[in-house]
Design a protein around this ligand. Structure first.
Ligand code: FAD
Ligand code: DLZ
Ligand code: SF4
Length: 508
């Protein structure tokens, strides 16, 4: 028998990953590679590349320490051909392997590449399920079958039941309700003590990577330093434990709040660790539920957090595989406007956009409401190109892989799938941003003004968006009240709104 190559992709850094199960340390070789293709299919944020390369290198060292043979190709190795397929070919020849085992990837484009390997290499290529997710693709398809609409809330309830999470002895949801969102919309009062973010010192491995990124990816978006991400499982676990200890009790209450200069608030900041495999969803859910059972965190906080991971994250992945590859080409509103320059520079008079983009540039992170109700809302209202907005979101966040980015962008913020994921567009005027943040008080625009030069652009863009897309949206019963109030508007005001919006969009 020849040798087996166990190929670990950059977002598969889990010691119990399916491709490593039944590994024979005497004969099998673990293969990992840094390749140009993956760094350039979109020009990822510098911090994202640094995080992933450092985490990959640490992971490979841990595997070596466990006694496995690991063949690790560095980006700047002279013979590196720059693609998964060609690097795998070289590895197969080097080791005279007659079998490749890989875990199902996170992106459709990579799956297509993997499917070609068996023919390309002329050997057996085994693709194993990614069992780090709680719902398999088949389970999602079964759940979706025959349903008129796919609603996250119902999927989530099914997952709660199936995995017995936050359920009482009678099989009812803990506390009697499935969802405590009504308690989770508080604004952040002045003087609330915010825990510090968990930060990690760069070691020699990370320093090498930071130098590599400085040298090779200087023209990519984002600030590389300071760099304080966790890059090992042990560090990621420390970040998770501190979240549970210090932030989770307030997570629910302030989940939707935004504050200038405070990017991290009571969120967990674990998505990059979770999506790269340093943490698993099952262990996070277990710790969160235990915090409720021990009386450490209230139900609204724990349920809200569990819903993000067991509900939204699993649902989003299910939607991705259910609707790909068509999903990538959806553009319900035919949105085509070019992404404005300030998405890269943060140089805009709209303070909410400025702050959220600036923090994204600094940290490769923004929390959900910043992504959804500020930046995403603007993209929707301004009719920005679906393709360019997707590319931007895939570039700028350290947690972004297409399986999770695409449904959040095409489905959740842009409604470009025509309502497969959301029952109505998440469109809002400036008053929502004003209610949930303190951005408006430092803005050149006035949130209280609806039209005119000083008016908040979100105000007239909101009505202009609804007006522009009336044909497509007026049949949506969740919007009927809003359209009724638009119809009642004075025609002069409507005209001014349309003119203000046209003027603003022309100058974008
Ligand atoms: P917390 O607020 O602490 O939430 C806990 C966890 O729940 C997150 O770590 C994440 O794993 C999960 N979660 C919450 N909401 C979602 C969601 N909508 N979809 C999937 N998982 C969710 N998340 C990504 O992981 N990668 C992305 O590329 C990504 N792109 C997004 C783009 C847009 C337009 C929007 C609106 C959301 C996007 N999200 C994405 C979801 C969410 O914003 C991030 O998961 C979250 O902000 C990460 O920060 P956190 O770890 O502090 O999350
Ligand atoms: C995102 C990324 C980057 C930037 N570089 C690599 C790499 O060099 N090698 C690698 O194995 N993976 C990388 N990744 C993650 C892959 O893009 C990811 O595994 C696929 O998109 C599948 O989800
Ligand atoms: Fe944003 Fe409008 Fe508030 Fe300015 S006034 S911060 S543009 S919502």
């Amino acid at each position: 028998m020849g040798k087996t190559l166990r190929f670990i992709l950059g977002d598969q850094l889990s010691h119990n990953i399916s491709s490593l199960k039944d590994i024979d340390p005497d004969k099998d070789i673990i293969f990992m590679c840094e390749v140009w293709d993956e760094t350039r299919y979109v020009k990822h944020h510098k911090k994202k590349i640094a995080f992933l390369f450092s985490a990959m290198r640490h992971f490979s060292n841990e595997l070596k320490d466990k006694g496995y043979e690991v063949d690790y190709i560095h980006l700047d190795d002279k013979a590196n051909t720059g693609s998964f397929t060609n690097e795998l070919k070289r590895a197969v020849n080097r080791h005279d392997a007659d079998e490749v085992i890989v875990t199902f990837p996170g992106e459709y484009r990579v799956l297509e590449e993997i499917k070609s390997w068996s023919d390309e290499l002329g050997i057996y290529v085994g693709i194993r399920d990614d069992d780090r997710f709680l719902a398999t693709r088949e389970e999602f398809a079964d759940w979706a079958k025959g349903r008129k609409g796919l609603t996250m809330e119902y999927f989530y309830r099914e997952m709660r039941r199936k995995h017995n999470i936050l359920m009482d002895a009678n099989g009812d949801p803990e506390g009697g309700e499935w969802n405590y969102d009504k308690q989770n919309r508080e604004t952040l009062p002045d003087g609330v003590d915010l825990p510090s973010k968990t930060m990690f010192q760069a070691d020699d491995v990370t320093e090498d990577v930071l130098k590599l990124v400085e040298e090779k990816f200087d023209n990519h978006f984002g600030d590389l330093r300071p760099f304080n991400f966790a890059v090992t499982r042990a560090e990621a676990l420390r970040a998770l434990n501190r979240f549970i200890e210090e932030r989770l009790p307030n997570f629910g209450k302030y989940q939707d709040a935004m504050k200038e200069g405070k990017p991290f608030l009571f969120h967990s900041h674990i998505s990059a660790y979770l999506n790269s495999g340093l943490l698993t969803p099952a262990e996070i859910l277990e710790k969160a539920e235990a915090a409720y059972k021990d009386g450490h965190a209230p139900l609204n906080a724990v349920e809200g957090f569990i819903r993000q991971i067991l509900g939204w994250r699993e649902f989003i992945r299910g939607m991705y595989w259910h609707f790909m590859p068509d999903y990538e080409h959806k553009n319900f509103f035919h949105a085509q406007r070019k992404l404005p320059d300030f998405f890269w520079t943060a140089n805009t008079k709209m303070n909410c956009m400025k702050q959220c983009i600036k923090e994204t540039k600094e940290n490769a992170y923004a929390h959900h409401i910043q992504r959804l109700m500020v930046i995403g809302n603007f993209c929707l209202l301004a009719g920005l190109s679906v393709e360019e907005v997707n590319e931007w979101y895939l570039i700028v966040y350290a947690d972004a892989y297409q399986w999770v980015e695409l449904p959040n962008v095409t489905g959740m913020i842009l409604y470009a799938d025509g309502g497969l994921l959301a029952s109505k567009p998440y469109a809002a005027s400036g008053s929502y941003i004003n209610k949930m943040s303190d951005y408006c008080k430092n803005c050149d625009y006035k949130v209280s003004e609806k039209t005119g030069e000083a008016a908040c652009p979100f105000n007239y863009l909101y009505w202009d968006f609804l007006d522009r897309n009336e044909e497509k949206l007026k049949g949506n019963h969740r919007l009927s009240m809003i359209y009724k109030s638009w119809e009642k508007r004075d025609s002069e005001i409507k005209k001014t709104i349309r003119e203000n919006a046209a003027e603003f969009l022309k100058d974008l």
